[in-house]
Ligand binder design. Structure first.
Ligand code: CP3
Length: 336
């Protein structure tokens, strides 16, 4: 069994490190492949390249886990929306069509993503047995933001639209959960052994709606993973002290901290759960001593509890890979 699974399932303390977005634009070997593959969705569906990109950071840094190179938006893509990634802007999806959405079925959906499952299979075959292969999904709320094009500014959403289309939204969330669970099951059957659920925009949910849009949909997915005996890691980014309610209601194996959460607060308030991450990815743009000082805070705080070293969000494209290497070595050599 991989070290990560051991920590997640038996809550034992031991060292384990991987980074969100460990495969990505900060790596020259990724940029080379990306420059020859302009269409990001096509790249995610290229079995051979997808597996190669997944293994790039593991080869370079010997991370303890690999996370399959894919995107949370592959699910809306498989459910019939066109997904484009626009340079210096981000993802853009074609208009959502409820009637078309309702016409989806499990077989068609799985077929559209089959190359991802093939990539997981060959990656597992090429990955050392003691390393985890992490699969992931976006939580329904975060997917909805993109699917319905709800984002207004950097940290604002169009609540009016959300309220007016209320009835439909409940149905969309329900259906999305069904397809997310199918996607998880397919990834596990292909050889993934841990699931991370990204709710990257949970922080935009109005407080009164957090149960309906965040806790309950995440709970359903976590329950599904438990039934498969697959450990789940939840990342409800931006919900501040609601991390505690989230943990108590959803009860995943692990809570992944964002950089706003004070590690001491997390240690006091998030009990009986494995903790992951927290370190601000922006710190990797600073001089070494600042990086090590910030990392020490997390390592020291969680030294007697099961803790997976990771960041509070994905690695930034402008990160120097040498800094990543230094941070990993610092963590591995830390004796304090
Ligand atoms: O972590 C990993 O190494 C695995 C790969 C991974 C990607 N996306 C590849 C990617 C994972 C886990 C994701 C998840 C994802 N995708 C999330 C949740 C995590 C988070 O960052 O909050 C979200 C919100 C998305 C949606 C998405 N995909 C956005 C907003 C963007 C554009 C902005 C950006 O960060 O680049 C993407 C594109 C994307 N997904 C890239 C990569 C490597 C960059 C593509 C490029 O080369 O231009």
């Amino acid at each position: 069994m991989s070290e990560l699974r051991k920590i997640l399932l038996s809550k034992k303390t031991c060292k384990s490190i991987w980074f969100m977005r460990q495969a990505g634009r900060y790596l020259p070997e990724f940029r080379k492949i990306r420059s020859q593959n302009q269409d990001f969705i096509k790249l995610c569906l290229n079995t051979k390249l997808c597996s190669e990109i997944t293994l790039q950071p593991v080869k370079r840094f010997d991370f303890d886990s690999a996370i399959i190179f894919s995107d949370i938006l592959m699910v809306p893509y498989a459910l019939g929306q066109e997904v484009k990634f626009i340079k210096n802007y981000g993802p853009e999806l074609s208009n959502f069509d409820f009637k078309k959405f309702k016409k989806n079925d499990e077989k068609k959906f799985s077929k559209k993503l089959e190359n991802i499952y093939k990539a997981i299979k060959i990656t597992r075959e090429n990955l050392n047995k003691n390393k985890s292969l992490i699969s992931f999904v976006g939580a329904p709320w975060t997917l909805l933001i993109y699917m319905l094009n709800l984002k207004k500014g950097k940290n604002e959403i169009d609540l009016n639209r959300l309220n007016h289309e209320n009835l439909e939204i409940d149905q969309i969330i329900k259906d999305l959960n069904k397809y997310l669970c199918i996607h998880i099951k397919n990834q596990i059957n292909a050889g993934a052994d841990v699931v991370q659920i990204f709710d990257s925009w949970a922080g935009l949910i109005p407080e009164k709606d957090i149960n309906k849009y965040c806790f309950l949909p995440n709970l359903e997915i976590v329950k599904f993973c438990k039934n498969l005996n697959i450990p789940s890691i939840c990342f409800p980014k931006g919900i501040k002290n609601k991390y505690k309610d989230f943990k108590e209601i959803v009860k995943p194996n692990c809570m992944s901290l964002d950089s706003e959460i004070d590690p001491m607060w997390a240690k006091r308030n998030l009990k009986d759960v494995v903790i992951q991450g927290g370190l601000d990815p922006k710190i990797l743009l600073k001089p070494d001593d600042e990086i090590f000082k910030a990392a020490t805070k997390y390592i020291q705080t969680f030294k007697d509890t099961p803790y997976i070293f990771n960041l509070g969000h994905g690695l930034l494209p402008e990160t120097d890979p040498d800094k990543v290497d230094k941070l990993i070595k610092f963590y591995r050599n830390f004796n304090g």
